[in-house]
Design a protein around this ligand. Structure first.
Ligand SMILES: Nc1ncnc2c1ncn2[C@@H]1O[C@H](COP(=O)(O)OP(=O)(O)O)[C@@H](O)[C@H]1O
Ligand SMILES: [Mg+2]
Length: 509
């Protein structure tokens, strides 16, 4: 090479690189300005010193032995080396070390090194690595993270995502995100997938299905990758518990509204019933007096007519009084009876008694099946009230069967166990769990629609014609059952039939 060029080159190199030459034992015999600048040592300190003066202790013995072996056998060594400056701080170099041969003997005379400062690059790498691991840690704290292609196929999934879906990473990487959509409706599925793929950073809720088919509610935020427009990052958050809480609160609000409504109807009814009773007392009183006076009438024909009419007034008045008494029973439901006020009798005995009475009024097209074992438990309930409850339910069952022609009413007394936590009393919406004595009355009559079940306990709710139904039967039943610390479940299907299950606490004798 032209002498002028090589001098220029060395000068340029001098400005950007560390140049050193050592003897075969590693003593420095040349060190340029850059080396002094970076290491903090002066030329005097460096010259004659062993190169290990800048050893940082970062690398292993093995590392240096490979390096020396490479150059000692006439080869060039490339690598990254960490050195320590005089003031103790560390710096990184990209080093090229090579042997210099004696032109005559062709033996290695010296070793030379060209090194570039890469401290900044190494620090940046360190920051990037730390950031990457921070991101990974942050991602793992979400309930699920995945990266998908534009068509919804998975590109990457976090461990947490595998955990929440129940699928392995391997399985997920051959699946599509819409495979886990809880809906089977194709249009809805497509709409949901589009929502995710849009990746506009908006958060929305979706029901998802796990591998074991269980359903969970996810809050999903999807954003498009800024570096690669063909992929979308999806963050999922499990909000199942929050949704259940919201549902529970909604039920409670509903329950409270219902109680308030019943309370106000109760007050109104109590007032009306009271006034009514007074009026009825007066009607029945005057009827009785008129009956006595009519005895003295001379004209037999008029006397008979009048007597018959007054008898009808008396019958109607007494029926009205019965209705008022039902209203009052309903109103009393908030004042819980004390245990000592109750006069309970063996439950099977009361059931038999009610049936005996009712059989007379039932048409031949209705049969009754009774399933009460000898060991049937007794319900702690006032026997007169149990009478009233059974009568109401059996009359309702009869009416429901009457609509469809003939049928069967089944009465069962058993003990049951409720394990699930989502069984609610149909009248008061209390969660029912554990053991209960169950008295059930089933019919294969007209059935009750789902929407109507929430209404049947409302006082004055009836689907029967005027004069046939008062709409007070079930509100009286509910009042009495709840007074006896019981609850009610209704299983019903339109056109198939209805079962009223009365659940009472198991009484320890
Ligand atoms: N076993 C049953 N099958 C079908 N519907 C029923 C049954 N029991 C009650 N119902 C419905 O609930 C309503 C309310 O019943 P209830 O309070 O006893 O009042 P009522 O019998 O006077 O109508 C009934 O009108 C009827 O629509
Ligand atoms: Mg009724």
């Amino acid at each position: 090479m032209n002498q002028e060029f090589s001098t220029d080159l060395i000068q340029a190199l001098n400005k950007v690189a560390i140049l050193t030459v050592t003897d075969l034992q590693g003593h420095i015999i040349f060190a340029n300005e850059q080396f002094c600048h970076l290491s903090g040592y002066s030329q005097e300190e460096l010259l004659g010193a062993k190169h290990s003066i800048v050893n940082s202790g970062t690398h292993t013995k093995e590392f240096f032995s490979v390096m020396w072996k490479t150059v000692a056998t006439g080869n060039v060594w490339f690598g990254e080396v960490c050195n320590r400056a005089k003031d103790g701080h560390l710096y990184w170099l990209q080093a090229t070390i090579f042997p210099i041969f004696d032109q005559e003997t062709h033996k290695i005379r010296n070793y030379a090194a060209i090194r570039f400062d890469i401290t900044e690059k190494k620090n940046y790498e360190k920051i990037l690595k730390r950031r990457a691991s921070d991101y990974l840690a942050a991602i793992e704290t979400t309930d699920g993270f995945c990266q998908i292609e534009n068509n919804g196929n998975f590109l990457e999934v976090s461990d947490s995502y595998c955990h929440i879906t129940g699928y392995s990473r391997q399985e997920l990487l051959s699946m599509n995100i819409s495979d886990m959509d809880a809906t089977d409706n194709i249009d809805e599925r497509t709409e949901n997938l589009n929502c995710i793929i849009r990746g506009d950073g908006r958060t929305f809720e979706m029901m998802r299905r796990r591998k074991d088919n269980s359903i969970w509610a996810a809050e999903i935020t999807a954003t498009r990758s800024t570096t690669d427009n063909n992929s979308i990052f999806v963050f999922l958050h499990d909000v199942t518990e929050r949704k259940e809480m919201e549902k529970r609160n909604e039920d409670l609000r509903h329950q409270l509204n219902h109680i308030q409504k019943l309370d106000s109807i109760g007050r109104l009814t109590a007032g009306l019933a009271h006034d009514f009773n007074n009026i009825l007392a007066s009607i029945l009183g005057y009827t009785e007096m008129s009956q006595i006076i009519s005895d003295d009438l001379l004209d037999d024909e008029i006397k008979t007519d009048l007597k018959q009419n007054l008898e009808q007034v008396e019958i109607a008045g007494k029926r009205a009084a019965e209705l008022v008494s039902k209203m009052l029973t309903y109103c009393r439901q908030s004042t819980e009876k004390k245990i000592h006020e109750i006069s309970p009798r063996p439950t099977p005995e009361v059931i038999e008694e009610v049936l005996k009475m009712l059989r007379v009024g039932l048409t031949e097209t209705i049969s009754i099946e009774l399933d009460v074992s000898d060991k049937a438990p007794n319900i702690l309930i006032d026997s007169i009230e149990l009478h009233q409850v059974l009568t109401n339910l059996l009359v309702n069952a009869r009416d429901a069967i009457g609509i469809v022609g003939g049928g069967t009413i089944k009465i069962r007394l058993t003990t049951i166990m409720i394990d699930s936590s989502n069984c609610l009393c149909d009248a008061c919406l209390t969660v029912l769990q554990g053991g209960f004595i169950q008295l059930s009355i089933s019919d294969n009559g007209s059935g009750i629609s789902k929407e109507m079940i929430s209404q049947v306990f409302d006082p004055f709710f009836t689907t029967k014609d005027v004069g046939e139904g008062t709409g007070l039967g079930l509100s009286v039943v509910s009042g009495i059952v709840h007074q006896s610390r019981g609850h009610i479940l209704i299983d019903s299907e339109l056109g198939v039939g209805t079962t009223f299950k009365l659940l009472f606490p198991i009484v320890v004798p």
